[in-house]
Design a protein around this ligand. Structure first.
Ligand SMILES: C[S@@+](CC[C@H](N)C(=O)[O-])C[C@H]1O[C@@H](n2cnc3c(N)ncnc32)[C@H](O)[C@@H]1O
Length: 195
C-alpha cells in the first residue's frame, strides 16, 4: 500500500513537472533548432492555450503564428480562443499571433501556405486512426515544399504518423516530457516536405 502511494506521488510529481516546465523547456529547444529566420509563417495544430504557439511567435518578430483548435475543455482545461489571445498579449506577441476555430483534419488554408507546422500532444486526441492520418496529410498539404513538420505525440502514435507519411525522423524527448512516467513518454516526429 505504501509502495503504491509512493509510486502515485512520484508519478503525479513527474506529470506536474512536465506540464508546468518540462514540455516548455523542450519546445524552446526544438524551436531553436528549426533554423527560423524570423519572418516565417507557422501553423500550430491543436494550439490549446498557446504554449507552443506563443514560444514560436517569440521567434517570429516579422512572421506570423497561426493556431487552430476546436477548444475541447476535455483535452485542456480553460481552453478558449480568448484565453490563448490573452496569453499571447501577456507574452508581448499578440501582433503576430492569430487563432482560428478549425478542425485539423480539414484545414481552411491553401496548399503550401506555411513554412513550419507544429503540433504538441494534439493529434492523438482525434478519435480515429484514419482521421489522425488525415490531420497529418493536411499538415503536409499546407506546408510549402521544403517546409518542416514537427509533431510531438506519444510514441505509438508518432511512429504510426511517420509510417503513414513514409518519411521523417523519430526521437524520444526524454523524462522532461513524461506524462507521469516513461510509459507515457513523448516522441518527436520531424519531417520535411519534398521539393
Ligand atoms: C492536450 S491539448 C494540447 C494543447 C497544446 N498543444 C499544448 O501542448 O499545450 C490537445 C488540443 O487539441 C485540440 N484538438 C483536438 N482535436 C482537434 C481537432 N480535430 N482539430 C483541432 N484541434 C483539436 C483540443 O481542443 C486541445 O486544445
Amino acid at each position: 500500500m505504501a509502495t503504491a502511494g509512493t509510486a502515485l506521488f512520484a508519478s503525479t510529481g513527474i506529470y506536474l513537472h512536465t506540464t508546468l516546465h518540462g514540455k516548455l523547456r523542450i519546445w524552446r529547444r526544438e524551436l531553436d533548432q528549426v533554423g527560423l529566420k524570423g519572418d516565417e509563417r507557422l501553423l500550430d495544430l491543436g494550439c490549446g492555450r498557446g504554449a507552443v504557439l506563443i514560444e514560436a511567435a517569440r521567434r517570429l518578430p516579422t512572421g506570423h503564428a497561426v493556431g487552430v483548435d476546436l477548444w475541447s475543455g476535455k483535452d485542456q482545461s480553460g481552453n478558449r480562443p480568448e484565453v490563448t489571445l490573452a496569453n499571447a498579449a501577456a507574452a508581448g506577441v499578440a501582433d503576430r499571433v492569430e487563432v482560428q476555430t478549425a478542425d485539423m483534419t480539414a484545414l481552411p488554408f491553401a496548399d503550401g501556405s506555411f513554412d513550419v507546422v507544429t503540433s504538441a500532444l494534439a493529434i492523438h486526441n482525434i478519435p480515429s486512426t484514419e482521421a489522425r492520418y488525415r490531420a497529418v496529410d493536411e499538415a503536409m498539404r499546407v506546408l510549402r515544399p521544403g517546409g518542416q513538420l514537427i509533431v510531438a505525440d506519444f510514441w505509438p502514435m508518432a511512429r504510426k504518423y511517420a509510417a503513414h507519411l513514409g518519411q521523417g525522423t523519430l526521437r524520444g524527448l526524454g523524462p522532461g516530457y513524461w506524462y507521469g512516467g516513461p510509459w507515457l513518454g513523448v516522441t518527436l516526429l520531424h519531417a520535411v516536405k519534398g521539393r
